[in-house]
Design a protein around this ligand. Structure first.
Ligand SMILES: N[C@@H](CCC(=O)N[C@@H](CS)C(=O)NCC(=O)O)C(=O)O
Length: 120
């Protein structure tokens, strides 16, 4: 019932996105399972801020490890190793990188939908 209501609200306020029927891009872990979450970002990046807002809104922030690629050279090296690219934001889901803020946001909303009882 609660999930149905949430799904309806999110459909109304987040255009056509529905966390209940979301399927991740190929090779990206399913949000229905438990995962470790890491976010590579930097503070003035607007796309990173969008993802940070989603982490805050969903309550997932406290269980996400943040890496600032502008403050931590080791973090930038790790990002380059993972993606062969310096693009942020990059969400690393149990070791698998996901780029593009919109895709990251959708994955997080779906993850929150399936795990909200565990982290609130
Ligand atoms: N379409 C991407 C854009 C991300 C983007 O442009 N990020 C910039 C920082 S604001 C970046 O990482 N630039 C460095 C690079 O691409 O190597 C998204 O929505 O995530």
């Amino acid at each position: 019932m609660f999930k149905t209501t949430l799904s309806t609200i999110s459909r109304l306020f987040a255009s056509s996105f529905d966390p209940a029927t979301y399927t991740p891009p190929q090779g990206v872990p399913s949000p229905t399972e438990e995962h470790t979450l890491e976010l590579y970002k930097f503070d003035t990046c607007p796309y990173c801020r969008r993802v940070m807002r989603t982490l805050n809104d969903t309550g997932l922030m406290h269980r996400t490890t943040l890496h600032d690629v502008r403050k931590d050279t080791k973090a930038m090296e790790a990002l380059l190793e993972l993606t062969q690219n310096s693009q942020v934001p990059c969400l690393v889901i149990s070791g698998t990188p996901l780029l593009e803020s919109k895709d990251i946001k959708h994955w997080l909303l779906a993850y929150n939908y399936h795990h909200q009882d565990q982290h609130t």
